[in-house]
Write a protein that binds this ligand. Structure first.
Ligand code: C2O
Length: 483
């Protein structure tokens, strides 16, 4: 009810802007245009009642064919037009329909804790991967059934590691005649510009695929894994506009109103699937948690019949057999493992730019500096990094020593509309391969500092990095020696 009423001034302003853009642009032939209020909806999100309970998913009940989820760039013309029609049909559903586009977007907002009074935050913890996999599964079923192809329709992914600009079907035409278009994106990205060179790269994926423990990669009950920050949050921030309130993609309360959300998350899901398939691990390496707190988490969604259904984290782990899709996984890398050196992140040197430093024993320093000279890949893993309450924005993380500034990673705190402003602690995996000598120098070592990418945003104030624990992991080739 409230949902589809475009009642705020900002919505109306956007409507006029969009309508003008639409007249100037070309419509896809045969494509319905969608009203801008459906594109933008109300501000801030007034979420519907959360789906709850519902028929539990039963493993083996989905007997559709197992179908490949493809890169958008690999879709055949007929598959692309099916995708466009599916989104057009979704956007056209009437306001009472439990599959409707805006309700589905708000289901995401509900599980981001973006709706006052509802406490269902699935970001910032090990729920992040399984919840989004489940959400995409039901979303995919809804889209498939809307084009009469439930059996074979699968979501495509935006493999930003290969396609550095937003896939053209999501940008062109840039008007309401294109059901994959969204009016509220970063202008550079919307215009076909490349992602920032450091974000969502194959080398970042390579680094993450060396992180063998799920806690660091995918999170724990208490904090986010490294993937959630970078590349997940970072790509969200890059696609959303560069200024507050960063919606759609840069704001968790709105992100799922941009169709690119689903292509982005499909790639994140592929990243998780690929991590599970990495070779050379022993014991729990590359394995999902077996804790019952992880496995039994259960969430409700609407299915393609508008019915409430529920599904658990355990149900989604085997996506091939239970959810009926697969990915062509990235070329399997040669096995590696990490040697782990415990260190400490200490803070701070007084001054206008407070910095954090690494503290290691003399013996560890010497070992690591030798490995540095041999160009051994090295990452710094920071667990339990606290994000101050009032921070939003994107930061480059750099090692700074004298005039030298080497970027070692990125950090993105997405905007939100949560009543509870506390952020969950995050895990940072920082590539210090080039910076280790500066960071470990016995005299005047480099400090670690955040640089805001959008300095004018007043919530993007750099803060001091503090971590519950810190490790340096150096990459070793071959199979891990048995302990
Ligand atoms: Cu639920 Cu990409 O966020």
């Amino acid at each position: 009810m409230i949902l589809n009423v475009p009642d705020s001034n900002s919505t109306r302003r956007r409507f006029l802007k969009t309508a003008a853009a639409a007249t100037a642009g070309t419509f896809l032939s045969g494509m319905r245009s969608f009203p801008s209020n459906i594109a933008r909806a109300q501000d801030p999100p007034a979420c519907p009642t959360a789906p709850s309970g519902g028929n539990p998913f039963a493993a083996g009940s989905d007997t559709r064919p197992i179908v490949l989820r493809k890169s958008i760039s690999a879709l055949a013309p007929s598959e692309l037009s099916e995708l466009q029609t599916a989104f057009a049909n979704l956007r056209a559903l009437p306001s009472g329909d439990n599959r409707r586009w805006l309700l589905e977007a708000d289901v995401h907002a509900l599980f981001c804790d973006q709706c006052s009074g509802v406490n269902m935050q699935i970001h910032g913890s090990w729920n992040f991967f399984p919840w989004h996999r489940a959400y995409l599964y039901y979303y995919e079923r809804i889209l498939g059934s809307l084009v009469g192809d439930l059996d074979n329709f699968r979501l495509p992914y935006w493999d930003w590691e290969n396609s550095r600009s937003m896939p053209s079907p999501y940008r062109n035409p840039g008007n309401t005649g294109n059901p994959l278009w969204d009016s509220s994106r970063d202008s550079g990205i919307a215009g076909g510009g490349n992602l920032p060179a450091s974000d969502g790269t194959t080398s970042r994926i390579h680094t993450l695929y060396g992180i063998t423990d799920f806690a660091s990669f995918g999170g724990t009950a208490a904090f986010a894994g490294a993937c959630e920050n970078d590349p997940h949050n970072i790509i969200h921030s890059d696609v959303g506009p560069a200024a507050s309130p960063f919606e759609d993609m840069g704001n968790l309360g709105y992100a799922a109103r941009d169709p690119i959300f689903f292509a982005h998350h499909c790639n994140i899901d592929k990243l998780w699937s690929g991590w599970n398939g990495q070779p050379g691990g022993t014991g729990t390496d590359f394995k999902n948690p077996t804790d019952s707190g992880f496995l039994t988490a259960r969430w409700s969604f609407y299915d393609e019949n508008q019915k409430v259904v529920s599904i658990s984290a355990a149900d989604v782990l085997d996506h091939r057999n239970n959810l009926r899709y697969v990915y062509t996984l990235p070329r399997i890398r040669i096995p590696i493992y990490y040697e782990i050196y415990i260190c400490e992140l200490i803070c701070c040197l007084p001054g206008p730019d407070p910095l954090s430093f690494l503290k290691v024993s003399q013996e560890v320093r010497e070992t690591l500096l030798t490995q540095f000279r041999e160009s051994t890949p090295m990452v710094l893993v920071l667990h339990g990094v606290e994000i101050p309450e009032d921070v939003t924005g994107v930061f480059d993380v750099a090692a700074v020593r004298g005039d030298r500034r080497l970027q070692i990673g990125s950090l993105s705190v997405l905007a939100d509309t949560m009543a509870d402003k506390r952020h969950k602690p995050i895990t940072l995996v920082l590539d210090i391969t080039r910076a280790a000598e500066d960071l470990l120098a016995p005299e005047k070592p480099a400090g670690i500092r955040l640089f805001a990418r959008h300095e004018k945003e007043n919530k993007s104030k750099p803060f001091i990095l503090r971590a519950q624990s810190a490790q340096i992991r150096t990459e070793r080739r071959g199979a891990k020696p048995q302990a």
